[in-house]
Design a protein around this ligand. Sequence first.
Ligand code: FAD
Length: 457
Amino acid sequence: MNRRLPGTFNQCQRHLFASSNHPASPAFATRFLSTSRVNYERQECQVLVVGGGTGGCAMAAKLSSRLGSNKVIVLEPEEKHYYQPMFTLIGGGMKRLDQSHRQMADVLPKKAKWVKEKALEFDPDNNTVSTSGGNTIKYDFLVIATGLQLKYEKIPGLVEALETPGSNVCSIYSPKYVDQVYECLRRTYKGNVVFTFPHCPIKCAGAPQKIAYISDHYFRKMGRRNDVNIIYSTSLPVIFGVKHYADALMKLVKKRNITLNVNRNLVEVRHSDNIAVFEDLANPGKLYEETYSMLHVTPPMTAPDVVANCKQLVTPTGFVDVDQMTLQHNKYSNVFSIGDSACTPNSKTAAAAAAQSPVVFKNLIAAIEGKPPTDIYDGYSSCPIVTGYNSCILAEFDYNLTPVETFPVDQAKERYSMFFMKKELMPVLYWQLMMKGYWNGPAFMRKMFANLKFNKK
Ligand code: FAD
């Protein structure tokens, strides 16, 4: 197959011209070539990866390293690549926003071609994706890695509250609002400090709790804890889906004097009165008003519209309809999905995407070779539940919600070692290994530690 791709740059050029507005930047070139492609060759590739976030970048690195230069196109509109797991620590004032991102041009693999545009429409029957730059990209194989979209606007009054300075409404989930979280903590001296969890699948289902525990510790450190009520209101019927960790977290909530409300879904924010309105999901239609002095909101999330709108590709909930073991599409054998946009019933985390990446890689290479899929994803996900400024519970589990712990210690216990790993080691692992296609999750460590069971219950 001879498929020459236009507009490739070497590493040095990419670095020098990282700004998309520089006429010599790869991004500018891509846009220029895209908009002037009337007389230009049609864009084609062996593998098209849509989305250059956690899963997409890891896949592009693995695939371009195996298939060689210019076989892989990454379609990704954003200039910056965020390491989102850091947002929780930014909310607690432990990291800065500028430590959480890098230029997309520096993160995406050099052997892949980056098209800095959005996917506008999938046409899996004709193996094409049309883009915001007016292009049509033809592929042999497609990897959908478009993540989740945040839907703050689904809750009346929320966007206005988030965008009103001094409203004391905040959210770690978006880079746009994450800096407000620590400011809100610093401004709050008394009253109800309320944390929410929406009624839909979200990324990192532990994060809404993590920021509640960090806030509790913050107020204790500042000597204000007796003046604030911490309220964690979740639309789930339990504090955490995995019983092993839920038991430990219930003890923690009790010990820290945090009020837990289950089946409570935030439906409105009236920020001029500092009132959050919740629906009791156990009694649909029954509303509760909660006055707050600080409100931390986890927004509703959905699969991106462009994915959900392509009915042939998705399940009725809008997620990519892949086999939960092989991650290959149930109808189109040349389509795979990784990460949050897949319909798989695992907890949606970067850790899950890491464990999925070798499976998608091996099964996609098998598909290229005309063979059936061989590798299987067991639903592994992990959630480092940070419980303060020096402690963390490391939850790891699979599709059956059975703990799959890596370390030979009781991971349901709060530990400094896990906190250190989350805060200092995981970002390095993400940028240096996962984004370069070398990190497949900790399964190999689990095997290594299997015979050592210190302090295990
Ligand atoms: P993303 O990394 O979100 O990437 C999706 C990409 O698709 C984006 O770059 C986007 O621009 C692109 N895209 C979207 N639409 C289009 C389109 N139409 N065309 C082209 N490209 C498109 N995970 C952990 O493992 N541990 C944690 O402790 C943890 N904590 C978290 C805390 C917070 C506050 C948040 C927000 C997330 C956390 N996560 C954590 C979750 C983790 O970040 C995500 O699960 C992971 O990034 C998902 O990877 P993804 O590739 O599916 O999506």
